[in-house]
Design a protein around this ligand. Sequence first.
Ligand code: ADP
Ligand code: TRP
Length: 340
Amino acid sequence: MTTPVPTSQEPARLRVLSGIQPTGRFHWGNYFGAIRQYIDLQHAGDAYYFIADLHALTTVRDPQLLREYVHDAALDLVALGLDPARATLFVQSDVPEVTELTWLLLTVTPMGLLERCHAYKEKKAKGLPADAGLFTYPVLMAADILAYDATTVPVGDDQVQHVEVCRDLAGTFNHLYGEVFTLPKARVLETAARVPGTDGQKMSKSYDNTIQVFEEPSKVKKKIMRITTDSRPMEDPKDPETDHLFELYRLMASPEDTAAMAETYRRGGFGYGEIKKALHAAAEQFFADARGRRAELAADPATIAGILDDGAARAREQAQKVLDRARAACGLSRRPGASS
Ligand code: ADP
Ligand code: TRP
């Protein structure tokens, strides 16, 4: 008697999936470097986006804060244009199938593979204590991807290594037990939008140089006014391409205003104060609609709760199918090849 081998039902369409850690409020770097591109990709095929609260547990240890970050992330994403009618938006921990799948994958994960992963390696190199959650983080991430038969995973370049780990683990599991998992591919987000922070370095929570997308306008203004500038005389013509204030302006102003601003730089004789005022006006205008939508959503908690419940139900339905395939393939179900 032959044992039926479960096969992965490779989706014909592109299935895009990505996760965002709720470890703080989103800043301009997160928006232009990642979120904007996720939102664009919701038109490319099926899209699954989730708020990675299980991952955030390795850094956010305050339960109330974690709840707030998750709620804010959902509001922010929908306000910024993620359309729940097109994309499935959900919270990672609402799909417990993923944590079970993580265990199955852990049993085929070589220690050496995880020792080479940079999140853990960097922490260790700095002599900081690392927990097993951080060490095994790439396996949880692999389960996140495989549970939904994702084909395409848009990520920043820092996450490409983890998508490779996912492919490795899926390949090993498939080799041992049959074609259970769909092998995904990373789609590296454009690094051209490496958004500078208020001090000119890459904008990042860790450098305390961020401007948040939905920060109070008066606070945004204060932060813009503090952006570092070069100390050359005002009369000197300047190259806009090497100036971080200009880089920020370009992200939010119209092409015509950007060209006019570049001209102002090349002519010289301007004060940085004027440029900062123009940046503030451009930023306010750029995010005005999203701010309005966010205020409406925040005033109506049932809407966002409904979106996340609906997203979780859709995500679970998909994850259950994959988990059933995986359980049956490795012998966890009592009947060979049965799906439960
Ligand atoms: P942070 O550095 O503030 O902790 P995260 O590491 O949580 O930000 O970033 C989440 C996503 O946003 C990643 O995909 C990352 O590539 C993107 N991102 C963060 N900061 C920037 C930036 N300054 N420019 C471009 N993309 C960024
Ligand atoms: N690790 C990713 C980050 O820190 C977030 C994430 C978790 C993710 N699971 C994922 C991204 C699955 C893509 C696919 O940015």
